[in-house]
Design a protein around this ligand. Structure first.
Ligand SMILES: Cc1ncc(COP(=O)(O)O)c(C=O)c1O
Length: 424
């Protein structure tokens, strides 16, 4: 398989990892099978760069799959974490910092009247879905095809099409029962969602899709879903695990002017530590234990280190001009990719984008899966060989941080030129 400039140590570690970790990794896409190569083992990350165990340096657009919006190891986070570490790593009891954290999230996202913290985005989604069912007394959850909401049974259903198709599990081990109340609709298809929402507890979707590559909502789509939910009594759950604090301080809800009943979050709000959260209307959240009967809990929920790191990031993101900077950096990367001559359609929302190997717009999962994934794999391998780290799959988002600048973009431009030369 094509390699990074030097990869002796990564190869050794991969061989060793496979003896004790399944597939050598702790999360499947990291194995880099999507781009036909072996994984690169990382030694450290700082600013816009990741450094591998063989001494190679990469301009990073993976951003740890989203959290590294200020770049890696930003001093504000590291300094606060140092202080927090000295006070202990976990108490299993409430802290003032959790209140400050919740207040900061509420301040950015007015639809969140009450919040519950978790240790991952998956857990946040699991809690929100259970709560939606408890609060409405209904069972069916509508989900968009190609939407990823974590490795939770009920939402691991993407097969099938049409508003009334019930979910078919996409993983062995997920029972038919677990997805029997999951109704699939194509992303950006308002008419299908309107039908599917009849009698449903909720619809859950990524307001800007990131897990089939970046697919923006069509004009009027989110507003239409809001109206359909109001008409049918179903709850609108926006999964802002990627978009929260990414596409605007108030997430996609601010960017598109739509209010969710429940919002799921993760990634950025943990500052690189394991975190998730869900929140929303006070009358719905009140159903949750200990106020209500709907059970949800977590040993490390509201963990002091994770809360500290997330709070440091959220506070820094409130600084004047941050989102203008993120927009500009995203636009610069987009321009580099477009001008490179790669035969791609670039889709971008703020500081998240995907170059799709197709010449037409990608509006849903069917469009995304029709792209030339082999070409993406060749491009990604070429970029890695030339010092740029893209997501190792066509169906993921590239992220720019607040601190990507001239150096990084110049290096990226050169890497694209060399990678495309190699592809030709
Ligand atoms: C939109 C979305 N929701 C939920 C999740 C699950 O989050 P976690 O991996 O923290 O469990 C992800 C993870 O990538 C995600 O992108």
């Amino acid at each position: 398989m094509p390699a990074s400039p030097t990869d002796t140590r990564s190869r050794e570690l991969f061989a060793r990892a496979k003896q004790s970790l399944v597939g050598g990794v702790n999360s499947p896409v990291r194995a880099m099978r999507g781009i036909g190569r072996d994984p690169i083992f990382i030694d450290r990350a700082e600013g816009t760069r990741v450094f591998d165990v063989d001494g190679n340096v990469y301009v990073d657009y993976l951003a740890s799959w989203g959290p590294a919006i200020l770049g890696h190891a930003p001093p504000v986070v590291i300094d606060d974490l140092r202080d927090a570490l000295a006070r202990g790593t976990s108490y299993g009891a409430p802290t003032e910092r959790e209140i400050v954290f919740a207040e900061a999230v509420r301040d950015a996202m007015p639809s969140i009247e009450r919040l519950r913290m978790t240790s991952s985005g998956s857990e946040a989604v699991m809690g929100a879905v259970r709560l939606a069912r408890a609060a409405t007394g209904r069972e069916v959850i509508v989900k968009t095809e190609g939407g990823y909401h974590g490795a939770i049974d009920g939402l691991l259903a993407q097969a099938g099409s049409g508003a009334t198709t019930l979910g078919v599990p996409t993983s062995p081990g997920v029972t038919a029962g677990a997805t029997a109340a999951t109704r699939l609709v194509p992303y950006n298809d308002l008419a299908a969602a309107e039908v599917a929402l009849e009698g449903a507890a909720a619809i859950i979707l990524e307001p800007v899709a990131g897990n089939m590559g970046v697919v923006p909502p069509a004009p009027g789509y989110l507003e239409g879903l809001r109206a359909a939910c109001d008409r049918t009594g179903a709850l609108l759950i926006l999964d802002e695990v990627i978009t929260g604090f990414r596409v605007a301080r108030g997430g996609a809800q601010e960017r598109y002017g739509v209010k969710a009943d429940l919002t799921c979050m993760g990634k950025i709000i943990g500052g690189g530590l394991p975190v998730g959260a869900f929140g929303g209307r006070a009358d719905v959240m009140r159903e949750l234990a200990p106020e209500g009967p709907c059970y949800q809990a977590g040993t490390l929920s509201g963990n002091p280190l994770a809360t500290t790191a997330g709070l440091a990031v959220i506070c820094r993101l409130a600084a004047e001009g941050t989102y203008e900077q993120l927009e500009e950096n995203g636009a610069r990367l987009e321009a580099i990719i477009r001008d490179s001559g790669a035969p791609v359609t670039v889709q971008r929302v703020g500081s998240m984008l995907t170059p799709f190997f197709t010449d037409s717009p990608v509006t849903n999962y069917a469009d995304a899966t029709a792209c030339d994934t082999d070409a993406y794999a060749r491009l990604a391998r070429g970029l890695l060989a030339n010092g740029v780290y893209p997501p190792p799959s066509q169906f993921e988002a590239w992220f720019t941080s607040t601190i990507h600048g001239d150096d990084e973009f110049r290096a990226t431009e050169q890497a694209f030129a060399r990678a495309l030369e190699g592809m030709a």
